[in-house]
Design a protein. Structure first.
Length: 329
C-alpha cells in the first residue's frame, strides 16, 4: 500500500522522480499535507508531464499569493500594535516568509501567529479588538479555558478580511509538563527592521519541534519536519542542543532531528543519530496517507490524538475537559 513516504522522497530529492511516477498519488498526498506549494517549488524547472506542469504552476502562483496575504496580515497587526511599544514576534510560516528563509519557499500559511510578552497580553487584546478583530469562540467555557490554561488568547478573526490571528504569550499550554522560557525567546528575537521580529534560528527549530511533538497529534507532521529540515540546512545545529535544554524540550528536539533525518536526509549531529525504539511509530503516523491522499491507520492516529491531550494537561483536568466538551457537543 502506498503511503506518504513517496512525497518525502520527492521533496528530499526531486531529481529522483522517474518515468512511471504515480503523479496522482504524489499530488494528492502533497495537497493533503499542505505541501503542494513546496513540492511545486522543488520541482520548478525539472521535466514533468505537461498536465502536471500546469498544476504545479498554479500551486506556485497560489503559494505566492498566500505569501503576500500573510505579509499583509503581519503588517496590519504591526500597525494595530505599534502604539503599544510592545515586542511583536512573528511565528511559523509568516516568520519564514517575512525573513526570506528557505522554509518559506512555497509554504502553505494559514493563521497569523504572533508571540508577545505575557504581561502585555491585555493591551494587545484591546488593541486588536479596537482594530476590527473579533472573537471566533464566544462560548464562555472556551474563553475561560484559553485564558486560564492555554498559551494563547482565544483565536481572533478580522471582521473585514476574514483572516485569523493567534496571539501567544508562550509556546506550550500552561498545563503542559514542559515550560519553555518564553521570556528568553522574546529577549533573543531577531528584529526585521520594520517593527516586528522573528525568533532566533535555534528557537525557530525548538518551536517547530515543540509544536509537533509536545503539543499536537502529529497532524501536519511532514510539513513541520520539512520546516526543520530547511532551517537546519540554512543555519546548522550550532547551539541547538543547549537551547533545547534551556527550554526543557531537548527530547522533542532530538526526536524532530532524528525523524527529519529519516524522512528527508537532514544532516544532524552524530550523537543524536541513534534511532530510538519509538521512532518508527512516529513515522508510521506521519506518513499515514493512501494514494488518494486520505488518512489511513486510524488506530495509530487515535493513539496520537489521545497522547496529545495527555501531554497538554493532568489526568483529572483532562477528564473534566473532555466531559464538558462531550456534553456541549
Amino acid at each position: 500500500m502506498k503511503d506518504a513516504a513517496i512525497l518525502a522522497a520527492a521533496l528530499a530529492d526531486p531529481t529522483s522522480l522517474r518515468l512511471g511516477t504515480d503523479w496522482t498519488a504524489l499530488i494528492a498526498m502533497a495537497r493533503a499535507e499542505q505541501l503542494i506549494g513546496t513540492l511545486a517549488c522543488r520541482l520548478d524547472g525539472l521535466p514533468v508531464p505537461e498536465t502536471v506542469d500546469r498544476l504545479l504552476a498554479d500551486a506556485r502562483a497560489a503559494a505566492e499569493q498566500g505569501r503576500l496575504v500573510a505579509l499583509w496580515e503581519a503588517e496590519m497587526a504591526r500597525r494595530a500594535l505599534f502604539p503599544l511599544d510592545c515586542p511583536v514576534i512573528l511565528l511559523k510560516g509568516t516568520a519564514y516568509v517575512a525573513a526570506g528563509l528557505a522554509a518559506g519557499r512555497g509554504r502553505s500559511i494559514g493563521d497569523l501567529d504572533i508571540l508577545v510578552p505575557r504581561d502585555r497580553i491585555d493591551d494587545v487584546e484591546t488593541a486588536l479588538l479596537s482594530a476590527a478583530w473579533e472573537w471566533v469562540k464566544p462560548d464562555p467555557y472556551d474563553d475561560a479555558y484559553y485564558r486560564r490554561w492555554m498559551h494563547e488568547l482565544p483565536p481572533l478573526i478580522h471582521r473585514e478580511r476574514d483572516r485569523m490571528i493567534d496571539v501567544h504569550h508562550t509556546i506550550l499550554p500552561l498545563t503542559a509538563r514542559q515550560t519553555p522560557d518564553a521570556a528568553a525567546m522574546i529577549a533573543d528575537a531577531v528584529p526585521l527592521g520594520n517593527g516586528v521580529s522573528t525568533l532566533s534560528h535555534t528557537d525557530m527549530i525548538v518551536h517547530a519541534a515543540v509544536h509537533l511533538f509536545a503539543d499536537g497529534d502529529l497532524a501536519g507532521g511532514m510539513r513541520n519536519l520539512w520546516d526543520i529540515h530547511c532551517l537546519i540546512g540554512e543555519f546548522g545545529t550550532d547551539g541547538l542542543n543547549a537551547r533545547a535544554k534551556l527550554h526543557g524540550v531537548d527530547v522533542a528536539v532530538s526526536r524532530a532531528l532524528r525523524l527529519a533525518h529519516r524522512l528527508y536526509g537532514t544532516e544532524m549531529p552524530p550523537a543524536l543519530a541513534k534511532p530510538q525504539r519509538t521512532d518508527p511509530l512516529y513515522l508510521r503516523r506521519m506518513i499515514a496517507r493512501d494514494g488518494w491522499g486520505r488518512q489511513t491507520r486510524p488506530v495509530t492516529r487515535l493513539g496520537f490524538y489521545v497522547r496529545s491531550h495527555w501531554l497538554r494537561m493532568p489526568p483529572a483536568m483532562l477528564a473534566r475537559h473532555l466531559w464538558i466538551k462531550w456534553r456541549k457537543a
